[in-house]
Design a protein around this ligand. Sequence first.
Ligand code: ZN
Length: 305
Amino acid sequence: MKKFILSSLLVLGLVSAVSARPLRVTTTPTDLAALTRTLGGDRVDVFSLSRPLQDVHFLDATPGMIVRINRSDLFIENGFDLEMGWVPEVIRETRNRSVRPGGPGHVNASNGIQAIQIPERIHRDMGDVHPSGNPHYTLDPIIAQQAARNIVNGLIRVDPEHAELYRANLEAFISRSEEVVNAWVEKFEPHAGSQLIIYHKHFDYMLERIGLVVADSIEPLPGLAPSARHVAELIRRHSPETVSMVIMEPWHDQRVGRQVADGVGVPLLVLCPTVGSCEGAEDLISLFETNARKLLDVLEAAEGE
Ligand SMILES: [Zn+2]
């Protein structure tokens, strides 16, 4: 009995220590770190394992990541295989059972989201980094509402005392994202159906939301560098009559993006792929707005010519 009381007290002591200090949360992309800050406010101390200008597809597991996860109350991953090259190793090495899949401290933010572009045949051996469909759902704050629900469920599991706060922040995120995104969707109505060429399939959820259409990709498969022949074929196939611009991420080879854009005769636009990658892109909603503004400026400039 004495033993039981002692262990109960220890458990209680641990619980109150957790609720007194901010929760330690670790995420894989900066987008989910920002979303967790939006939802957790002062209750969370969030660390992103990637930096804003790193392509999360191609990180390597490091001892520092394992140390970070060992000390975390919550670990949030993007899912849809975005981190398949490194997160499984980090999880395997951690001593912290709670943050492993199935544990109370683990969140797969993609749960309940319907991925687009699920391949009929998986080309992983050829370097396809989207074998479970497109993992870049955080670019569309409306789709990211489901990720926000998953994160809030995780926060409540490890910190039930502040459930009310997390739920209120979730509601605020949902209504703000509806309001902002709907206003932008309206602004893009005159351009609905406009086509463009992309480098990697990174912005597709966002483009779909605002009614723009992807005509072609510079990467023949997600993650696979283009051959000279593929680039020549894109230039042969397109003109300013078929596409309005080429868009790309800052971490891909801009000489190739420039070559395609010049060859086709349209502008090249480098967008902001993650929260923190451009000034003003501080959370998921301002990231969406920053990219929407850049796209609309190019479309309106082309119209004015
Ligand atoms: Zn990708």
